[in-house]
Design a protein around this ligand. Structure first.
Ligand SMILES: Nc1ncnc2c1ncn2[C@@H]1O[C@H](COP(=O)(O)OP(=O)(O)OP(=O)(O)O)[C@@H](O)[C@H]1O
Ligand SMILES: Cc1ncc(CO)c(N)n1
Ligand SMILES: [Mg+2]
Length: 555
């Protein structure tokens, strides 16, 4: 039983007022069959209460974990991480620890029956989407949790098999290992051991290299979870933070920058909570893991100089976005791939030829229907480019059209653009991601399936594929043709925009290659090397609309 389970959990409000312990189990077991009708009934009631404005469901993660008095890890990290990602987090506490930056001074497990009671309270009432587990101090608690999840299924289960703190203190009985291996893992969508935990789960095998991580991930996958993420935070002599994700078929090497800081207490709890939060929002697993990793890296970077406590491992600040303009202002919550529909790439040479300012070119392309703009200024002075980019940003924001900058991450940062587009010889997308943070849009030009796979691993949001047809805009540009475009689309999970020699006359033939992730066409000369940008954009738009309505009709 891998994915835990599609139906949204819910049950009627139970009379849970001021009781201490022991609620009869049978009451809760019986709820399962009443689940679907209950949701409808609750929606109607709440619609009436909100005066018809509709019911807003908040994504909800339940963390089942231990309390860390120092609040860097455990329940406290989980609540902060979910909160930072806009997700509600309820908490079932399995143990209370006395803990600080020096280590763990004491552990006080919560009685198993009371863990069960907390689980019933939350799961029976509060529409949990995803359960995330952290410190489960005994095999008894693992069993209690498995029972609860069978009674109250949720959409996904994230298991962080916490065993030992970084300070070396034991956080779960050795017998818990058997509970994980024999019961909980089979219900898990993802399990996230660190190097030592991966080794312990496999009877002490050595996990010291990336190849070891990959084979450990495969062996743990045999215990039942759908995905395994072996975390490499403990590879402290590497300049990268490398994690390995095994999806049942392939091992993906996920690279991030290793932040030089002592403030890494709770990275594992935070990572697993962010994965859970993203899954609760509906993000697919692979992207959820990437977003979580980017969050940890950005939080560590923001917090690297914080001084708290005298011990070797300090906490970091999960709520950095509330405090830092860099990580917050004007950011899109999620990239909308449909924005790639009519993608206008400005060209400084062409603007010069037609005597246009870059802002006039941008205004006209938006007026004609462009859905995203990229500024490609190969020969502008930096100061002029930044000024023009700021002016274009204002125009684009006021029309709700995203603006990307070609190649120049510094210019994108300076004008707070929505993102950057890079080619194969520009800065690697994963470095761009590190500089721009998790929420900006990153596009990568790719000609081959291998480049497309790398773009995804590096955390890109979309692929630009071409030149599809021969073009004069780029010298010595290899043409991939419609077949090359199709091969890249089929090989990638990312949305693709086609580029190179495309205009109103051939846009339809491009869109008709019939792959769902081809989202639009990007054009340079078809708009900017023409007398009227507005009317050329309109012609192109109607050719694209025509192609998409035909595609819909033929489905
Ligand atoms: N210094 C660092 N810079 C960047 N990323 C890091 C760093 N340390 C850890 N990470 C990342 O944090 C995530 C958690 O990995 P880690 O191996 O630290 O987990 P853990 O040992 O379970 O953490 P903890 O037990 O301290 O909560 C991984 O994605 C890892 O790559
Ligand atoms: C309560 C708790 N959970 C997890 C960890 C692992 O970081 C910790 N140190 N403390
Ligand atoms: Mg851990």
């Amino acid at each position: 039983m891998a994915a835990v389970f599609l139906s949204l959990p819910s049950a009627p409000n139970l009379p849970l007022t001021a009781r201490v312990h022991a609620v009869p189990r049978g009451v809760f077991v019986a709820r399962a069959s009443a689940r679907a009708p209950t949701i409808t009934a609750m929606s109607e009631a709440t619609d009436a209460e909100t005066g018809g404005r509709g019911r807003r469901k908040m994504p909800h993660v339940l963390t089942v974990a231990g309390s860390d008095s120092g609040a860097g890890a455990g329940i406290q990290a989980d609540i902060k991480a979910c909160g930072a990602l806009g997700v509600y987090c309820s908490s079932v506490i399995t143990a209370v620890t006395a803990q600080n930056t020096v280590g763990v001074q004491g552990v006080h497990p919560v009685p198993e029956e009371f863990v069960a009671e907390q689980l019933r309270s939350v799961l029976s009432d509060m529409e949990v989407d995803v359960v995330k587990t952290g410190m489960l101090p005994s095999v008894g608690v693992v069993k209690v949790l498995c029972h609860s999840l069978k009674d109250f299924p949720v959409r996904a289960l994230v298991v962080d098999p916490v065993m030992v703190s970084t300070s070396g203190d034991i956080l779960s009985e050795p017998s818990t290992l058997a509970g994980y291996r024999n019961e909980l893992f089979a219900m898990a969508d993802i399990v996230t051991p660190n190097l030592k935990e991966a080794s312990a789960l496999l009877g002490g095998v050595s996990v010291r290299t990336v190849a070891d991580m990959c084979s450990a991930a495969k062996s743990i996958h045999n215990l039942g979870p759908r995905y395994v993420l072996v975390k490499g935070g403990d590879f402290s002599d590497s300049s990268d933070a490398i994690d390995i994700l095994f999806d049942g078929e392939e091992c993906h090497e996920l690279y991030g920058a290793r932040i030089k800081t002592r403030n890494t207490h709770g990275t594992g709890c935070t990572l697993a909570s962010c994965i859970a939060a993203e899954l609760a929002k509906g993000t697919p697993m692979l992207q959820a893991v990437q977003a979580a990793k980017a969050f940890v890296e950005t939080a560590l970077n923001y917090s690297k100089d914080i001084v708290m406590g005298s011990g070797p491992q300090g906490p970091f600040d999960h709520l950095f976005r509330l405090k830092s303009q860099n990580y917050n202002v004007g950011q899109k919550l999620q990239f909308d791939a449909n924005d790639l529909f009519l993608y206008a790439v400005t060209d400084s040479g062409m603007n010069k030829k037609w005597g246009r300012s870059i802002t006039d070119a941008v205004k006209a392309s938006i007026e004609g229907g462009a859905t995203i703009i990229q500024l490609r200024e190969k020969d502008a002075e930096t100061r002029n480019f930044v000024e023009a980019a700021m002016a274009c940003m204002e125009i684009c924001r006021s029309h709700g059209v995203p603006l990307l900058i070609n190649d120049r991450v510094d210019v994108a940062l300076a004008c707070d653009a929505d993102g950057v587009h890079v080619g194969q010889s520009d800065m690697p997308a994963r470095v761009v991601r590190r500089l721009l943070g998790p929420r900006k849009i990153i596009g990568v030009s790719c000609k081959t399936p291998a480049q497309a796979e790398q773009a995804w691993i590096d955390g890109a949001d979309y692929i630009g594929c071409g030149g599809v047809f021969p073009t004069t805009t780029k010298e010595n540009n290899l043409t991939v043709g419609l077949n090359g475009l199709k091969a890249v689309c089929l090989a990638s999970k990312l949305p693709v925009v086609a580029i190179g020699g495309i205009g109103p006359g051939n846009a339809r033939s491009v869109m008709e290659i019939g792959v769902p992730n081809l989202k639009g066409v990007a054009v340079v000369s078809a708009l900017f090397d023409r007398e009227s940008i507005v009317s050329e954009a309109q012609r192109l738009r109607s050719a694209l609309m025509d192609a998409s309505s035909r595609a819909r009709l033929s489905v």
